[in-house]
Every structure is written in structure tokens, then in C-alpha cells.
Ligand binder design. Sequence first.
Ligand SMILES: Nc1ncnc2c1ncn2[C@@H]1O[C@H](COP(=O)(O)OP(=O)(O)OP(=O)(O)O)[C@@H](O)[C@H]1O
Ligand SMILES: [Mg+2]
Length: 263
Amino acid sequence: MRCMVVSSTHPDAASDAAQHPVTALHGIEKTYYKPDGSVAVAALASVDVVIQRGEYLAIMGPSGSGKSTLMNILGCLDRPTAGEYFLDGIDVASMDDETLSRIRGKKIGFVFQAFNLIPQLTLEENIEVPLLYQGIRKPGRRAAAREMLERVDLSDRLDHRPSELSGGQQQRAAIARALVNDPVILFADEPTGNLDSKTGRDILKLFEELHAGGMTIAVVTHDEAISERCERIIRLRDGRIETDERLRPTRPSRRPAGADGDR
Ligand SMILES: Nc1ncnc2c1ncn2[C@@H]1O[C@H](COP(=O)(O)OP(=O)(O)OP(=O)(O)O)[C@@H](O)[C@H]1O
Ligand SMILES: [Mg+2]
């Protein structure tokens, strides 16, 4: 995949990038408090997760076990109450909000169950949004958006609004939007939850193609058909990791280490 933001990296940077995991969480806790300060829910406790470059893993567990909470922390959409988080070697736990959102925009792609496309914008404009935040000018944005829409087989829908598309097409567009910044990892929270099984399988196939191209992917799912095809399954129960099982070795990443742009 093309790298949108190319920085001149020191030769040592490539070996540095190869040495650190894509994400390393240690001792993560997330506690929700009531307005009076009393504890409402301990959603995550003592969670350690290390994801290596090129992995394809599933996060599973019963409803309420903390999957979305963990995914939102991994995706820097939410902060833990306690614990350490290194994203691509960068300490993001102590970062101010502005720096965190800049890092998130460069390094993370996120796909939601409900697609979350902007209804007023065309597909092409939707895909351009992350690039707009990175300060990329219109011609570059348009070219990148078109290339991504071609990759997800939606080139004939550039000018359509999300409401004019099927659920599967909307999710493919959402995946294009998540990838347009060439993130180091793609997170997906129940990406097939709103789709029929055939359309869900198409999305699964797309993930597998992306993974074969070297993308690191973590997906929250209730669907055993997805998790069986991953390399690793983390199962949560009551906010804790119950099991962390490796089904097969991680496919060697074809993505060059250190090709992640500005760090
Ligand atoms: N904003 C919040 N305030 C208080 N409690 C919350 C909040 N968000 C989540 N929780 C609680 O934290 C726990 C974990 O929720 P989470 O959404 O992570 O579960 P999940 O595993 O994703 O479930 P599902 O499979 O239903 O999506 C639940 O008990 C939930 O009620
Ligand atoms: Mg959830």
C-alpha cells in the first residue's frame, strides 16, 4: 500500500521500528465512575496486550466483557484509568489530547459496526476527511481517495452519498477511509455486525487481502467464522483476559518496518 506521509528517516529508524510492537498495553484498567465519584463499573482490569507487526487477531467475549472498551483504548478513542500504552513505540498514555488526536490520525484506522460515514458528503469526500486533517491539499486528497475506493471496488460510486449505498458498500467505504492514511494498525469493532452473512464474508475477504498485504488487524467479533481465520484470539471475561490463544504463526509482514511516516 502507498505511504501517504513520507519522512526522511535515519537508517537506524527501520531497525528501531522492527524492534517495537505495534501496540503494547500493560496493566490497563478502565473504571467508570458515577457523578458522585463512586465506582459504577470496572470495565477493564490488569489487561496486558502486545500486538506485533503483521498480526491478524480477534478479540472475543460475552456482551459487557469489555471488548469495545479495550478497542477504544487501543484505538486511542478513549483513555485508560491506569496503565501504560505504547503505540508504535510512542508513549501515548501521557499525551495531551491534541497530540494524541494527531498521532491517532496518522497511525490508526478504525472501522465501526455502524459504518459512521458522514451522510452529507459523497463517498469520495468521506474518504478525503482523514487527509484533510493531515493538511493534505485537494489534488492529493482526491487522488488518494480514488485509489482507495478502487481498492475496495467502489470506483463507480465516487459521487454517491452513503444513504445511496448498501450496507456492505458503506462498510467497504468505511474501510477505505480507515486505510487512506496508511495506518500502522486497523481496528474493527464488530465490522460485520450490521451485515448479512454473504456481505459479511466479502468484508472478511477484504480483511484477509489487507492482511496478506502486510496490514496489522485487530477485530472485535462474536463471529467464530472470523476468529477461526485469524492467527490469534484474545477472549475477555468480566474485563480481564481469560485466554490469549495463538492458532497459527503470524504471516511474515511484507510491510517494510519504518515505512510508517512521521513518528
Ligand atoms: N460510558 C460508560 N459508563 C459506564 N459504564 C460503561 C460505559 N461504557 C461501557 N460501560 C460498561 O463497561 C462494561 C464493558 O462494556 P463494553 O461496551 O466494553 O462491552 P462489550 O464487550 O463491547 O459488549 P458488547 O458485546 O455488548 O458490545 C459493561 O458493563 C458496560 O456496561
Ligand atoms: Mg461492544
